[in-house]
Design a protein around this ligand. Structure first.
Ligand code: AMP
Ligand code: ZN
Length: 674
C-alpha cells in the first residue's frame, strides 16, 4: 500500500468506528456486531502501530486509555461550577416560581431534567476537539482528569463537523449504570476488595484513578446538560435550543427532558418520575428545573452558592426506623450549640447509622421528640443523617420531653439566643475550650491557611499544655521551640515541618486569612467577595453594615455579623498581632488599565438583554472606563442600564427611588461624548 492509501484506510476506519461508538453509546442503536467492531478496531490498532506517523490522540483506539497520571493538575474553572438550591416539596417549588416571576415577569418557561446521581464534570472543546476534562472540585477549581474522560465511550473526543463555536465548555454528569455497578462490585467482592456503597461512589472513585486503562475498563457514561461559551446568548436564545444543538454536535443528552409552560406541568413531570425513576437503568435523586430563557437567567443571576434561575427538587431519601436513646450537645467553634441524637445503630443506604444531627432547639420542638422515642432517620444529600419523624404508635405513655440546656455543657456559661436566631450560643468566646480549639483548628484547616505538618489533635494537645489560646499564638510557637522539643510526642523533624508550615502560611492571600478568622457566616465565597471588594482589612473593618451589605451577594445578616466581629476589641487585638507577624491583610491589586476615566465615581446596575452587547460585555465596558457595578438597587446607585425584558420588580424599585433608567447607547454616549 502507498502511504496515501494507508492514511486513507486509517481515516476511514476511524470515522466508521467513531460513528459506531456514537450509535451504540449515545443513540443506543448498535449498527455493527461486537465481533465486527472488534476486528475493525484491531485492524486500526495494528495500522497505527505499524505507522506511528499517523497517530492521533482522538482515534477510537485511544478510548482504551493507557496514560498514567501521577498527580492531577488543579485547574481553575472559567465559569464557577455552583451547586443548586434544593427543594423537597411542592410549596418550596411554588415559592421558587413566585420569586422567578417576580423578577422576570409571568412569561416563564421551565426546562425539567432528571437529576443524575453522579459527579459533575466540565469538558472543554477547542476547534471541535476535547481539550480538557475537569472535576467540580470546590466549584472554583477542580482536578484535570482529561486522560480518564477520554476513555468514556459516550463522550466524543472529536466532534462531527457542525456549527459549534471554536471554544466552548459543556458540563454534565458522569455516572455508572446500575447493572454495570452490580457486576463490577460483585467482582470486587470476589477479589476480596472493598465494595462501593453505590454507583455514584463507584463513578467518583473511577474518575480519579491514576491508570486510564483501568478507567476504560469500567463502563462510565455521561449526560451533558449545560453549555457555556462567550456570548452564548448570541448563539441561542434559551437552554432548550442549546440542548437540541449539542445533541446535533454529537453529545449524549438525556432524552427525558421536558419544556414546561407552567408549574402544573413541572409538578406533573416530577410526579411522573417519582415512580418512573425505578425503571431507569441509572440512579436519579430528583429533578432539576431551569428557567429556559437565557435573558431571564441573566436577569435572575446568582447567589454566592447557586443560580437563582434553577432549582433541584429532591425525591425522598431512604428511611429507616430506630430508637432514640439520648441527646448530647456539641459546642462548635463559633459557640453554637448543636444537639446530636444518639441512636440504636441501624443500617441505612449501605452504612450503619448511630447518630443524627438535630440542628437546633427548634428542630427538637418541631419533631416533638420524647425520650426513648422510635424515630425515622433519613439520609439525604447531607452526609450526616437526620431524624424526619416519630413513630407515634410506639411512643411510651410516660415518655418525657427533652429539656434544652440553658448552660454551656462544657464551660457552664449561660447560653444566649438572639432574637430571630435558631441557635443557642455559648458567649464565652475566650474561655470555652471547644470554641478556642475549634477556632484554631478552623484557621489551620485546608480551606483556610492550610498549614502543613499540623493537625487537629496537635492543636488540642497544645491548647491543653497552654501553648495555644489564640490564633496569633501559632506564630509565637517558633520562640517556644525548646519547649516543643521536650514534648515526647513530637520528633525533631515533625517540629521543624510544623514550624515551616506555619511560616509558609504567612504567604496565604488575604481572602484565606479572612476566612480563617472564622467570622460567623463568612464562608469561603463570602470571604473572597469581601476581600476583593474592600481590598484590605482596614477598609473592611471601617465599613458600615450598609456598605458591606451593598456588596454583590452579601446579605444583611452576614454584614451585621462582620461589623459585630470588628467591633470587638479582642478581635482587633488579634488582627493587629497577626499583621505584626506578617500575614496578608491586603488583596494584591492588579493594575487595571482603564480605557478612560469617563465613568469614574459613577455606579451602575445592568438589567435585561441588549442587541449589541452581552451583559458581560456591557459590564466590562463600564468597568474599563472606571464605572462600578452594584448588585442591588439602593440609594447609592446612579444609573440603571435597562435593555429588553427588564425585571418588573427592579423597574418598580428604580422608579420609586427616582434613579435614572438609561440605555446601553446612553452609556456609549457618556464614554464617547457627543
Ligand atoms: P447538589 O449537589 O445537590 O447541590 O446538586 C447540584 C448537582 O446536581 C450539580 O452539581 C450536578 O452535578 C448535578 N446534576 C445532576 N443532574 C443535573 C442536571 N440535569 N442539571 C444540572 N445539574 C445536575
Ligand atoms: Zn462554653
Amino acid at each position: 500500500m502507498t502511504n496515501d492509501a494507508i492514511k486513507e484506510r486509517i481515516e476511514r476506519l476511524r470515522a466508521e468506528l467513531t460513528q459506531h461508538n456514537y450509535n451504540y453509546y449515545v443513540l443506543a442503536q448498535p449498527s455493527i456486531s461486537d465481533v465486527d467492531f472488534d476486528s475493525q478496531l484491531a485492524e486500526l490498532a495494528q495500522l497505527e502501530n505499524q505507522y506511528p506517523e499517523f497517530a492521533d490522540p482522538d482515534s477510537p483506539t485511544q478510548k482504551v486509555g493507557g496514560d498514567i497520571t501521577k498527580q492531577f493538575n488543579t485547574v481553575k474553572h472559567q465559569w464557577p461550577m455552583l451547586s443548586l438550591g434544593n427543594t423537597y416539596n411542592e410549596q418550596e417549588l411554588r415559592d421558587f416560581d413566585e420569586r422567578v416571576r417576580k423578577a422576570v415577569g409571568d412569561e416563564v418557561q421551565y426546562v425539567c431534567e432528571l437529576k443524575f446521581d453522579g459527579l459533575s464534570i466540565s469538558l472543554t472543546y477547542e476547534q471541535g476537539k476535547l481539550s480538557r476534562g475537569v472535576t467540580r472540585g470546590d466549584g472554583l477549581q477542580g482536578d484535570e482528569v482529561t486522560a480518564n474522560v477520554r476513555t468514556i465511550k459516550s463522550i466524543p473526543n472529536k466532534l462531527k463537523p457542525a456549527d459549534f463555536p471554536e471554544h466552548f465548555e459543556i458540563r454534565g454528569e458522569v455516572f455508572m449504570h446500575r447493572k454495570a455497578f452490580e457486576r463490577l462490585n460483585d467482582e470486587r467482592i470476589e477479589n476480596e476488595e472493598v465494595p462501593y456503597a453505590n454507583p455514584r461512589n463507584f463513578a467518583a472513585g473511577t474518575i480519579k484513578l491514576q491508570d486510564s486503562a483501568e478507567v476504560a475498563r469500567r463502563p462510565l457514561d455521561c449526560f451533558l446538560y449545560f453549555l457555556y461559551t462567550e456570548n452564548r446568548s448570541k448563539l441561542f436564545k434559551n437552554h432548550w435550543d442549546s440542548l437540541e444543538a449539542v445533541k446535533r454536535w454529537g453529545f449524549h443528552v438525556c432524552e427525558h427532558s421536558s419544556l414546561c409552560n407552567n408549574m402544573e406541568e413541572v409538578l406533573a413531570f416530577i410526579a411522573h418520575w417519582e415512580s418512573g425513576r425505578f425503571n431507569l437503568s441509572y440512579d436519579i435523586d430528583g429533578i432539576v428545573i431551569k428557567v429556559n430563557s437565557y435573558g431571564q437567567q441573566e436577569e435572575l443571576g446568582f447567589t454566592a452558592k447557586s443560580p437563582r434561575w434553577a432549582i433541584a427538587y429532591k425525591y425522598k431519601a431512604e428511611q429507616a426506623e430506630t430508637q432514640l436513646n439520648s441527646i448530647s450537645y456539641q459546642v462548635g467553634r463559633t459557640g453554637a450549640l448543636t444537639p446530636v441524637a444518639n441512636l440504636t445503630p441501624v443500617q441505612l443506604a449501605g452504612t450503619t447509622v448511630k447518630r443524627a444531627s438535630l440542628h437546633n432547639a427548634n428542630e427538637i420542638v418541631r419533631l416533638d421528640l420524647r425520650q426513648g422515642d422510635t424515630v425515622y432517620v433519613e439520609k439525604g444529600g447531607e452526609i450526616i443523617p437526620k431524624i424526619v419523624g416519630v413513630n407515634l404508635a410506639k411512643r411510651l405513655p410516660e415518655a418525657q420531653a427533652f429539656i434544652y440546656p440553658d448552660k454551656c455543657p462544657i464551660c457552664e456559661t449561660p447560653l444566649v439566643r438572639k432574637e430571630g436566631e435558631a441557635n443557642h450560643y455559648c458567649p464565652n468566646e475566650d474561655g470555652c475550650p471547644p470554641q478556642i480549639v475549634g477556632r484554631i483548628q478552623h484557621f489551620i484547616g485546608r480551606k483556610a491557611m492550610d498549614i502543613d505538618g499540623m493537625g487537629d489533635e496537635t492543636i488540642e494537645t497544645f491548647y491543653k499544655l497552654g501553648l495555644l489560646t489564640h490564633i496569633s499564638d501559632l506564630y509565637s510557637l517558633y520562640d517556644k521551640k525548646d519547649r516543643l522539643q521536650q514534648l515526647d510526642r513530637f520528633g525533631e523533624k515533625s517540629i521543624s515541618n510544623m514550624l515551616a508550615g506555619i511560616e509558609k502560611s504567612k504567604e496565604k492571600p488575604f481572602e484565606k486569612v479572612l476566612f480563617g478568622l472564622g467570622i460567623r457566616y463568612v464562608g469561603e465565597t463570602v470571604a473572597r467577595k469581601l476581600a476583593q471588594y474592600f481590598k484590605q482589612i482596614d477598609a473592611l473593618a471601617a465599613a458600615s453594615t450598609e456598605e458591606i451589605a451593598a456588596v454583590n451577594d452579601i446579605g444583611i445578616r452576614i454584614a451585621e455579623s462582620v461589623t459585630e466581629y470588628f467591633a470587638n476589641p479582642g478581635h482587633q487585638e488579634q488582627i493587629k498581632l497577626l499583621q505584626q507577624y506578617g500575614l496578608q491583610f491586603k488583596t494584591e491589586v492588579k493594575e487595571v488599565v482603564l480605557s478612560s476615566d469617563k465613568l469614574v465615581g459613577k455606579t451602575f446596575i445592568i438589567s435585561g438583554t441588549f442587541e449589541q452587547f452581552s451583559r458581560e460585555e456591557l459590564g466590562n465596558l463600564i468597568e474599563s472606563n472606571g464605572g462600578k457595578l452594584l448588585s442591588s438597587i439602593s440609594g447609592k446607585l446612579n444609573y440603571v442600564v435597562a435593555g429588553e425584558n427588564m425585571g418588573p420588580s427592579k423597574l418598580a424599585k428604580a422608579e420609586k427611588l427616582g434613579i435614572p433608567i438609561i440605555s446601553d447607547q446612553d452609556v456609549l454616549t457618556m464614554i464617547n461624548g457627543q
